[in-house]
Ligand binder design. Structure first.
Ligand code: NAP
Ligand code: HSE
Length: 434
């Protein structure tokens, strides 16, 4: 370090970056005191894309630059904080900082999940740490929990609600009856969504976080191309209502399950969860990670998963650690060469399947026959009739199905889709019992 004060080069002054500035203005003294003076933090350079942009939170103009590499080259900068997002410019910045021997703090889960193999290898080679508490579950200290506090445990299960935007949207659709687009706009206005919200709603933001958690828990870098991901874009108010009728809520759930054969099941998708399950009460921008360790048993980590204050709070905790510690092994050092993931067709759950059909004699029997031919049992049905139009020509017919492999279900549904009575493709949700 260049002095007893740690100089910070901050890349990004958006939601999180400006939140970091604000916290250090407000609590810099307290943070230094609480760290016994070992973490006196001072932002000495700020890189943004647009120098002319009007900003709600202000910092001295002379700190700003539009050249990211100034953070790396400035000798007054000891630690580089990457809060610009994306996987291109952010990669170049993080790699350059590591090569310059400057520890990096980042909240960029996409970068680490997709390009972590290169960056963590570089971190090891350069003996320079990458800290990423803010990359998963916003303000919840889940990275340090998995890496440190739970090091005594084999992590058997992780079940998370780890995208605040999706969780917020689903709740607003469920409780306020908002249309998907209205709920998304609210989440963007509140600073929860990514600059490009595609990753929030297509499931990939949660999947990136899941990949990081799975990698930490199981010791090998999970290849993002091998994980199964579905988002919430196609969740309809009708399925949310039917879920509620049947005693469930719809949640974007991320799962990491170690099976008895040692294979790891990793998937992110909107799923049905009993209203009585503890994760069903995680609302709005809140995230939760339910984790089962072989010695610890069940535990639950809960808090705000997105937004300015919570995320910047995690960034500060990493900064303090970076400032205090000469340890270079922060980040992720794989301790297993590789591991096997469960193929999605081999994963087994119960299901909700909604068939849109023309209401003609034999419809239910025809569908049930095909399911039976594939050894798929029906545990219940749901088909509310519109009291104002009991003789409607069309019907929404829900089947709740007993556990079977996803592959078998897909084959059966391919046959069902050939029936004349179907007016749309079947809608499938997994029912998670966890
Ligand atoms: P944001 O509000 O969109 O801010 C991005 C900032 O980066 C802006 O200041 C932008 O400059 C700057 N920037 C973008 N590209 C740049 C480039 N090539 N060169 C220089 N500056 C550049 O994003 P955010 O919500 O703060 O998120 C930042 C990171 O934190 C992302 O990786 C995100 O995934 C992660 N994260 C966010 C949250 C959250 O709740 N928002 C939570 C956890 C993690 P201008 O201001 O000039 O446009
Ligand atoms: N867009 C992310 C979310 C931010 O909504 O959860 C936190 O990583």
């Amino acid at each position: 370090m260049s002095s007893s004060i740690s100089g910070i080069g901050l890349a990004g002054f958006g939601t999180v970056g400006s939140g970091l500035w604000q916290i250090l203005q407000e609590h810099g003294g307290m943070i230094s005191d609480r760290s016994q003076g070992s973490a006196a933090l001072e932002i000495r350079r700020i890189a943004v894309r647009d120098l002319a942009k009007k900003r709600e939170i202000e910092a001295p103009a002379e700190l700003f630059t539009s050249d990211l590499m100034e953070l790396v080259n400035d000798p007054a900068v000891d630690i580089v904080v990457e809060l610009i997002g994306g996987t291109e410019a952010a990669f170049d910045l993080v790699a350059a900082a590591l090569r310059a021997g400057k520890p990096v703090v980042t909240g960029n889960k996409a970068l680490l999940a997709e390009r972590g193999a290169e960056l963590f290898a570089l971190s090891k080679q350069e003996q320079t740490a990458i800290h990423f508490e803010a990359a998963v579950a916003g303000g919840i200290p889940i990275i340090k929990a998995v890496q440190e506090s739970l090091i005594a445990n084999r992590i058997e299960t992780i079940a998370g609600i780890i995208n605040g935007t999706s969780n917020y949207i689903l709740q607003r659709m469920t409780e306020a009856g908002l249309a998907y687009s209205e709920a998304l706009k609210e989440a963007k206005d509140l600073g929860y969504a990514e600059a490009d919200e595609t990753l929030d709603v297509n499931g990939w933001d949660a999947a990136h976080k899941t990949i990081l958690l799975a990698s930490l828990a199981h010791g090998f870098l999970v290849n993002y191309k091998e994980v199964y991901v579905r988002g919430i874009e196609k969740v309809t108010p009708l399925d949310i209502k039917f879920a509620s009728d049947l005693g469930y809520v719809v949640k974007l759930l991320s799962l990491v399950i170690e099976r008895d054969d040692g294979k790891i099941e990793i998937r992110t998708q909107p799923s049905f969860l009993s209203k009585t399950h503890i994760l069903a009460s995680v609302h709005g921008v809140f995230n939760a990670v339910a984790l089962k360790g072989d010695h610890l048993g069940d535990s639950l980590f809960y808090g705000r998963g997105a937004g300015q204050g919570p995320t910047a709070s995690s960034v500060v905790s990493d900064l303090v650690e970076a400032a205090r510690s000469d340890r270079s092994d922060r980040g992720f050092l794989p301790y297993r060469e590789s591991g096997s993931l469960v193929e999605i067709n081999d994963t087994v759950t119960s299901y909700y399947v909604r068939f849109s059909v023309t209401d003609q004699p034999g419809v239910i029997a025809n569908i049930a026959t095909i399911l039976a031919e594939h050894q798929i049992g029906i545990s219940g049905t749901h088909s509310p009739v519109d009291a104002n139009n009991p003789d409607a020509d069309f019907l929404e017919m829900v089947f709740l199905l007993h556990k079977c492999s996803f592959g078998r279900l897909k084959i059966a549904l391919t046959e069902v889709e050939k029936l004349d009575c179907l007016t749309a493709r079947p809608v499938v949700f997994r029912i998670e019992t966890l």
